[in-house]
Design a protein around this ligand. Structure first.
Ligand code: PMT
Length: 402
């Protein structure tokens, strides 16, 4: 719930302004107090009467109320707010915000606001894709504005592409999540997380590896950063990047390099999550030259055991630290996961099975069972990895509650 939260709802002149009515209703239903600030162009699309009836407050648009001469203080409104949401945000308002063009009440309020600002862009696909809009959005992101990405679909012009304002429910939920996370017990704590595969070199052009894409680990790193954690992500070779600017990525290749980076970061970490798919074995000898196919004999690659990073950290864990492992199984899933939880001295293990459709390597979804040392468990069902990441972090949060 958004009970008691003060929200400025900024409305600008775009077709999507009709959706702002639903958004306003959702905010009010959630218990928020909403002050609507609308641009002159916004009033061409939606009437202030509707908005003031729903918000229970006069809608602000001009610096003065014409008939009474009452001065609307953008500074006071900016300070009153716990959050400011501009939905829809047109290309013009985005440009004004990026450049500080304070020629209307809404942009002036934005410049005075101390609270976090969210914008939900809405425009035609070509305007959205234009380098100017991209540049302005990049500037706003750098200024700390949170962008609620527009969706792909049919636009007012009947063209199909990216530019539809996010649905009111999504915008409402983004605010809800934001306020919930600000209270997260994980805020300010340090997270060490591993992600991706490790590559164990055979020769300069070949390696032993696996199919891990890094998606699961990166989703957890991003979600943790959103909850205010200080995140160190030790990553094997992957094609993905973190979405959150605050994630500190340390790139490694082999299991031994991953272990070294983890041993360095672990002593000062509050939580460590071992999501990487670490190769259990590495070639005993690495050839400095490419092994040639012309040899008479087929080469035999002798393997040696790699260090177990999770077990090493489990042995070094001090009271208060949380160590979370993953288990990727193909058979006897639950009993294998519980065995790993105990052997590696973990506080929680996240089981995913290669037998479950939509779970494990590469895909954008996962289906996990979170198992605690007392044997209790919860199952996520098949969800986007971003949502699974939130569920895993919720479980870690709960361990701080009790
Ligand atoms: O990267 P994605 O494509 O998104 O896929 C996600 C994932 C399937 C890789 C992820 O969800 C996952 O299950 N990661 C762990 C894979 C794995 O190596 O599981 P395991 O059961 O072999 O290992 C158990 C635990 O010990 C894991 O926490 C692992 O990181 C750790 N381990 C394993 C071997 C080793 N030498 N050192 C380790 O630390």
């Amino acid at each position: 719930m958004l009970k008691g939260k003060h929200i400025i709802l900024g409305i600008t002149g775009g077709i999507a302004a009709y959706k702002s009515v639903s958004l306003l209703r959702l905010f009010v239903k959630s218990g928020a107090e909403v002050q609507v600030v609308i641009t002159p162009a916004g009033k061409e699309f939606i009437t202030p009467v509707t908005l003031s009836a729903l918000s229970g407050k006069p809608v602000i648009s001009e610096f003065f109320t014409a008939n009474t001469g009452q001065w609307n203080s953008h500074v006071d409104i900016g300070l009153w707010a716990d959050a400011m949401v501009i939905a829809p945000a047109t290309a013009s308002t985005i440009a004004k915000m990026a450049h500080g063009v304070a020629d209307n009440m809404l942009v002036t309020t934005y410049l005075s606001a101390k609270a976090p600002v969210f914008i939900a862009p809405a425009m035609d696909l070509d305007m959205m894709a234009h380098p100017t809009t991209t540049r302005n959005l990049r500037q706003l992101r750098a200024d700390g504005v949170r962008i609620i990405e527009p969706e792909e679909g049919e636009l007012a012009s009947h063209l199909v592409g990216k530019g539809r304002m996010a649905e009111p429910q999504e915008i409402h939920d983004t605010l809800l999540e934001f306020f919930n996370r600000r209270k997260s017990p994980l805020k300010g704590r340090k997270l060490l997380i591993t992600a991706g595969p490790t590559y164990e070199k055979i020769d300069p052009v070949r390696f032993i590896g696996n199919y891990s894409s890094g998606k699961m680990g990166y989703a957890i790193a991003d979600e943790a950063a959103r909850r205010g954690m200080e995140v160190t992500l030790v990553s094997g070779p992957v094609a993905v990047s973190p979405e959150e600017a605050g994630v500190n990525v340390i790139k490694v290749e082999s299991a031994r390099e991953m272990l070294a980076a983890c041993e360095k970061a672990f002593p000062t970490s509050d939580v460590a999550i071992m999501c990487a798919a670490v190769a259990d074995y590495a070639p005993a000898h690495r050839s400095d030259r490419k092994i040639k196919r012309e040899h008479d004999e087929v080469p035999v690659i002798e393997l040696v055991k790699n260090p177990d990073i999770a077990a090493t950290l489990g042995g070094a864990k001090h009271p208060g630290q949380r160590l979370v492992g993953f288990a990727l199984e193909t058979d006897n899933e639950r009993s294998n996961a519980i065995e790993k939880l105990k052997r590696k001295n973990l506080d929680m293990i996240v089981l995913n099975s290669m037998n479950t459709p939509g779970a494990g390597f590469g895909v954008d979804t996962n289906d996990v069972t979170i198992i605690l040392p007392d044997g209790t468990s919860t199952t996520s069902g098949c969800l986007p990895k971003k949502e699974v990441a939130a569920i895993i972090l919720d479980s870690i949060e709960s361990s701080y509650a009790g």
